[in-house]
Design a protein around this ligand. Sequence first.
Ligand SMILES: *Cc1c(COP(=O)(O)O)cnc(C)c1O
Length: 410
Amino acid sequence: MAASRSQSQTTEAAGSRAADRLPLGSALGRELQDISARGLRRFLRCIDGAQDTSVRIEGRDYLLFCSNNYLGLANHPEVVAAARDALARYGASAVSSRLVSGHMRAHARLEHCIAEWKGSEAALVFSTGYQANIGVITSLVGHGDLVVSDELNHASIIDGCRLASAQTAIYRHGDVEQLERILAGSGGAERVLIVTESVFSMDGDHAPLKAIAATARRYGAWLMVDEAHAAGVFGPGGAGLVEQLGLQEQVDIHMGTLGKALGSFGAYVAGSQALIDQLVNRARSFIFTTGLPPSAAAAAEAAIGVCKREPERARGLLTRARELGVRLRAAGLAVPNVESQILPVIIGKAQSTVAVAEALLARGIYVAAIRPPTVPEGTSRLRLSLMATHSREQIDAVAQALIETARPLR
Ligand SMILES: *Cc1c(COP(=O)(O)O)cnc(C)c1O
């Protein structure tokens, strides 16, 4: 019988391949060797204590210039106290999915606070930004729809596009003309979702949000903006770049993280009540995961309070970042002229970038080397990030060290 013959062939094929299979250790050993040979091996470095401007790693102190603790809120007394109080009141964990018994007062309070901060009808908190992006994209588009995404969007957006069964079109970084051409040819798609970051994570530059919003409107496309690196830093009370530009009404889906400038953990999506209801019903990365720890929710709420009350924190941070950029460019380093707390120092080759990062470590300065696949091939960089709590002396020290170690390579 044909069916049984094909079945026995399958078994034979499986048998012949089975003989070549490597044990896990040797298979991974080869793969890791290959990663190392390309200068792309990654290692964990353990920091003792909090994410302060100076940290201790294996008994030695380093100036920290690659943390996302942009406003110093992760170890701000008010934020830490809010987490501690919530820990005492609510316990260590939400223990369940928000839809089972894991929706706690701390979440409800935070969501109310975020909706008010963003000036939106409603908000929903996800356990991470990675899950928020995957959840939003897969809940809003599917077969017959189109997602249009900036080529430099974060991995969580890319993975959201991959998981959704919609088509994906990528436009060159910030290229509104190409975005427009894609939309002009999108007649067959029922729904079109445009996704962009506002302040880009590895470049610190801004998306041309006004032009993108106008284009989206012309073609009836929905617009989602990821403010992971803008929330807390840009806009009135740190509400984001969209608010700074007065584009709230033109952005349908506002996403941001609580684990960067806000010094806590998790992420939010803000928008209409219908959007939030859809996510509660459809976003698998919201439904099938444990709710954010209530202490993290309370910490984020306290952090938003600090941002609203002390806008000078973010302003001072951006001023110092601007000054440092000017100084590094004047010294001949390839630092793009961007308005943000993120200052990429482009080196080029992965191996050279690692060499500079190691030279900086030897001088007691910790800046992570960012390599492919996080950034495109040939654009490996040191991604310098400033904190509002860095002192002038600390910034002087990193500038001097960078000029001495990174310039000779260029
Ligand atoms: C960090 C980041 C995320 C993911 O947020 P997590 O809460 O860390 O999972 C999403 N988008 C962008 C642009 C980010 O930089």
